[in-house]
Write a protein that binds this ligand. Structure first.
Ligand code: PLP
Length: 368
């Protein structure tokens, strides 16, 4: 029997009729973008859901990151301490702002930046720290903030994986100077393409507004040099529909996540990242670590599952610091843990509509 292809993720879709009904007034209004009614409504609803003081919607998560970095006005060539164990967008956003990434190693327990190794990387040119809550695992926020305060650095979190996660009872987007989210189709919550910046300093809102809308402040008035990174109204409506179902979506993911965890933890050579008891989870990803005790290598397992029509992903391999466009260009730092994780990690399929039968089939294949 030919098995269906199972990909690492599948976009959440709101009920078709609900979406069609929701776009009717948008259709009739002929107002498709430029901060329309749905854009405003989504900003309000997301501010509430994410439990953050301020939010600015963006065309995608990458531009959210690129523009919030730009809004901070760092001097050209300044250094930004960041993690190489991430999606390449994080590093691109730094480099495209004419800043230098300084890669810092990560912790084996959760893949986030190793806060004990940040201080030794700080120089007189350091402007900011840009950590990633990778797979929704929360960085050591207190330690990072202490370092930032001591040296007068900005902290920008790439929270693309951490939608809806609470930490110590507050929205994850409340921490640092700003956090960025991705609402790409493959993320837990999506607007097809989209993203946002969250922050508490209201001045950032105005700066981002200029950067995402050509600096236009009146029919005849352009006050700043800006790009175009606005979220359109169709995306905003998709977001409003998906937001109504987000709790169900996360609950369905949780069931699959727990089934994997329960059944896989007894397998020799398979490990997981540690959970942080003070942080919530959104079950966005199902990363596992393949150690030497497992009966196959990570790459062997990836190929084996692929032959069975199960398409896992090596998130995140290679490290961004190893990619052709960045390799050997920046400060050479020991990245042993990051390298080790990127060699061992495999993201298993997890999404709302993933059939439980398929979860059990994948578990059986992993048992070997
Ligand atoms: C998805 C992602 C981004 C980029 O978001 P887009 O919406 O695809 O532009 C940035 N950083 C991380 C860690 C991501 O996973």
């Amino acid at each position: 029997m030919v098995q269906e292809r199972i990909l690492v993720t599948q976009s959440s879709m709101p009920p078709y009729d609900e979406f069609i009904q929701a776009i009717r007034p948008l259709w009739d209004s002929c107002w498709l973008t430029n901060m329309g009614a749905y854009h405003k409504e989504l900003e309000i609803k997301l501010k509430e859901y994410l439990d953050v003081p301020e939010i600015s919607l963006m065309v995608n998560g990458h531009m959210a990151l690129e523009l919030v970095i730009q809004s901070m006005g760092f001097p050209k060539g300044a250094e930004v301490i960041t993690t190489p164990f991430t999606f390449v967008s994080t590093t691109h956003a730094i480099v495209r702002n004419d800043l230098k990434p300084v890669f810092c190693d990560v912790k084996m327990c959760d893949g986030t930046i190793d806060e004990t190794k940040i201080e030794e990387l700080i120089t007189e040119n350091t402007a900011a720290i840009l950590p990633v809550h990778v797979y929704g695992n929360i960085c050591n926020i207190e330690a990072i903030q202490n370092i930032a305060d001591k040296y007068g650095l900005k902290v920008i979190y790439d929270a693309a994986h951490a939608f809806g996660v609470k930490y110590k009872g507050k929205g994850i987007g409340c921490y640092g100077d700003a956090s960025t989210f991705s609402f790409h189709a493959t993320k837990v919550f999506h607007t097809i393409e989209g993203g946002a910046v969250t922050f508490s300093d209201k001045k950032i809102y105005d700066k981002l507004y200029n950067l995402k809308n050509f600096g236009i402040r009146g029919e005849d008035l352009v006050v700043a040099v800006g790009a175009n990174a606005k979220m359109n109204e169709f995306s905003a409506v998709m977001g409003l529909c998906n937001l109504r179902h987000i709790d169900t979506a996360m609950h369905e993911r949780k069931i699959r996540y727990q089934a994997y965890r329960e059944k896989l933890q007894s397998i020799r050579g398979m490990r997981f990242f540690e959970d942080n008891p003070l942080a919530g989870k959104n079950y966005a990803y199902m990363p596992v670590l393949i150690t030497d005790d497992y009966h196959m290598t990570r790459d062997g397992l990836y190929e084996y599952l692929k032959q069975k029509n199960i398409f896992t992903r090596k998130y995140f391999y290679p490290l961004t610091s190893e990619q052709a466009c960045f390799k050997n260009k920046y400060k050479n730092v020991q990245l042993d843990h990051a390298r080790e994780l990127s060699k061992r990690v495999l993201a298993l399929p997890i999404y709302e509509k993933l059939d439980m039968q398929n979860v059990y089939r994948i578990i059986d294949l992993l048992k070997g």
